[in-house]
Design a protein around this ligand. Structure first.
Ligand code: IPE
Ligand code: IPE
Ligand code: MG
Length: 225
């Protein structure tokens, strides 16, 4: 079993387009798939799962779509966890500075309310970029007075948004695209990738099982023999 799973929730727009619906309808269904998968990871006892919800590049989308995504996110934060995943520890990773204070407060509240839980750690990556993550970590270290010779891979890792969590073992990308789109590029140094043709709103527990099955067949060597 992977200790840390990363999921690039992609394909909402195409799901909606196929049905002649607005892209926002795809995001609404995508949010349901997110809940389904989180519930499943929690019941399967997965240690950590990171969902890529909004990238640092996604601001390029039409304002209307960005607003719809923010509204969905805010609704999720209002509704809170469901009974099935009420032992989950919720964290939010990414650069939160562009979000309005009410959204930030809601994230902080959900993180604080769940910090004492003992189940799966669930990171939601919002305004997250792998390059931004590394840059932010290095800036933090330098502001703390680190000099070039004191920098190590461990010190950078300890200042990433995912500090304290294991590196990602398995990255799942539905939607048929085979790229990483700036997701956890540091943490994914030795991740296994599973690309799937299903669109994210259609993604079910069965697809997660299939990805885990594929992962179990991989031979991870980490550069050794
Ligand atoms: C993923 O689905 C959701 C976000 C990036 C927020 P997309 O909206 O990228 O769906 P496609 O790729 O256009 O189908
Ligand atoms: C990656 O999907 C970001 C998220 C799923 C949040 P995109 O749809 O933004 O990625 P590209 O543009 O196809 O690479
Ligand atoms: Mg996409």
């Amino acid at each position: 079993m992977p200790r840390h799973i990363g999921i690039i929730m992609d394909g909402n727009g195409r799901w909606a387009k196929k049905r002649l619906l607005p892209r926002s309808a795809g995001h609404i269904q995508g949010a349901k798939a997110f809940r389904r998968c989180l519930r499943y990871c929690s019941s399967a006892g997965i240690e950590c799962v990171t969902f890529y919800a909004f990238s640092t590049e996604n601001w390029k989308r039409p304002q209307e779509e960005v607003n719809a995504l923010m509204k969905l996110f805010s609704d999720y934060l209002d509704e809170g966890l469901e009974m099935d995943d009420d032992d989950v520890v919720m964290r939010f990773i990414g650069d939160m500075t562009p979000f309005d204070s009410s959204l930030r407060q809601k994230m902080e509240r959900m993180a604080a309310d769940t910090a004492g839980n003992h189940g799966t750690v669930c990171n939601i990556a919002v305004n997250y970029g792998g390059r931004d993550d590394i840059l932010h970590a290095v800036k933090r270290l330098m502001k703390d007075g680190a000099d070039a010779d004191s920098l190590t891979e461990d010190s950078i890792g300890a200042n990433l948004y995912t500090a304290g969590l294991p590196d990602v073992d398995l990255i799942i990308r539905p939607s048929g695209e085979q790229r990483i789109s700036n997701f956890m590029i540091w943490q994914a140094a030795y991740a296994e990738y599973v690309f799937m043709d299903v669109l994210w709103p259609d993604f079910t527990e069965k697809d997660l099982d299939a990805a885990l099955e594929e992962y179990s067949r991989r031979n991870r060597r980490f550069g050794g023999v």
